[in-house]
Design a protein around this ligand. Sequence first.
Ligand SMILES: Nc1ncnc2c1ncn2[C@@H]1O[C@H](COP(=O)(O)OP(=O)(O)OP(=O)(O)O)[C@@H](O)[C@H]1O
Ligand SMILES: [Mg+2]
Length: 430
Amino acid sequence: MTPRRIITVASGKGGVGKSTFAINFALTLARVAPTVLVDLDSGTSSVRNTIAAPVERDLYHFFRKGEPLDRCMTPLPEKLDPTGHFRDFSFVAAPQHAIEEFTNLSDTNRVRLIRAINQLPASYVILDLRAGLDTNVLDLLPHSNSGILVFTPHHPAATMAAADIVKALLFRKLRLVFSTDGPLSNAEGASSQLATINGLLDRVEDSYDDRIPNLDAFLTDLFQAFGDAPVVRALAENIANFGVFFVLNLFDGVRESFDAAVAPFVRLLQSQVSAQIAIHNLGWIVNSREVHEGNCHRRPIVLKTVSDGNLRRDKILADLEALADMAGTPRAPARRRSTIDYLLSIDPRGVLLDQLEVLNAMHRDPAALQVRDNFAYIARRALHALGSLPPDRFGQRQLLTPVELCQALLRSAAVLTLDSDGDAAAVPLP
Ligand SMILES: Nc1ncnc2c1ncn2[C@@H]1O[C@H](COP(=O)(O)OP(=O)(O)OP(=O)(O)O)[C@@H](O)[C@H]1O
Ligand SMILES: [Mg+2]
């Protein structure tokens, strides 16, 4: 059985093709294992507008009528899936009209939604999030990676906004761990150290203050203050293990995409967040009339029947299935590194060259040449990431409430507390 993963699709700005990607990506994954797409974008209800399926129950019924979420799933009607190839696909539609419970999720409703999503009966759960960066988006994103970010070479602001999501996610995590009334605050003498750390974090996060430009500089300061203490090392590992995954929509050539989107994205992350985080390009989707027409006719491009090219399709599906089997054997986590190893291994040039290499490799891969195959290609790379990276490095097994997140972070950071000398000591877990 394929391990369950929840994969978010987010973008800092609207209109970049997030829903188009999420729908076609979920449909493609459904060829491999049961997949549910949840439309969490209250603004446009675009999933139900893009798939011509009669919706019996949606998130209105979940929030207002107390229906379990798995009773709000809509399968494809026969006219969209005459061959039954997509019978393992279903979606949870957003309410037809805006309702307060969904537009402004209360804490209680957010926790209820998180718990229900965690229990959906599927191997892959894809969340189409609304654009922007409010708590409703942040709390649903994974904590150890970015989920899938979508942006395009045509909207520089969307590229910047995608980088802001990564920044916000990492800082949310650090703020929780180092909060002055959080889990590290009980130890004697901790409060002044936590205050110092928070003061430093304020400076890193403030892009108008360039005294500590990013988390690597922050780490260097901490290293000077506390030495290679476990708490500093845990921080370094948290940053180095954070994975960023993105998809380029409206792709218009390697050179253009590199100059207009990939390079600015990588540079922003390096200068404002860290030169160490791993950035993975999962693939691109070309700008195509067929994609847009598929949306307008409410038959997403991946569902369009084609009379030719079956051979190619079979090959891609065989690849997909082979890769899905791999998803059960995650690689062992990387060995622990000292903070100084981390700081010494930063090479900003390497990251940009890697990105160019990936773009070129994709360009040469025949599976990426036609628009319908773009989604299979991305799904193939995503399944490969799920299979080869440690769990939670890409996507997440469970969504966590802020309290659960804090507990998980402490466990993963070898459970640390500050003692009065500024060193870290292990605390037993409850
Ligand atoms: N690869 C593509 N080729 C052509 N048109 C596209 C492509 N991707 C998206 N579009 C079109 O761009 C528009 C925006 O797409 P979509 O609704 O998926 O974006 P979104 O990011 O989900 O927007 P919103 O923020 O409003 O939810 C739609 O009209 C869609 O048909
Ligand atoms: Mg959308």
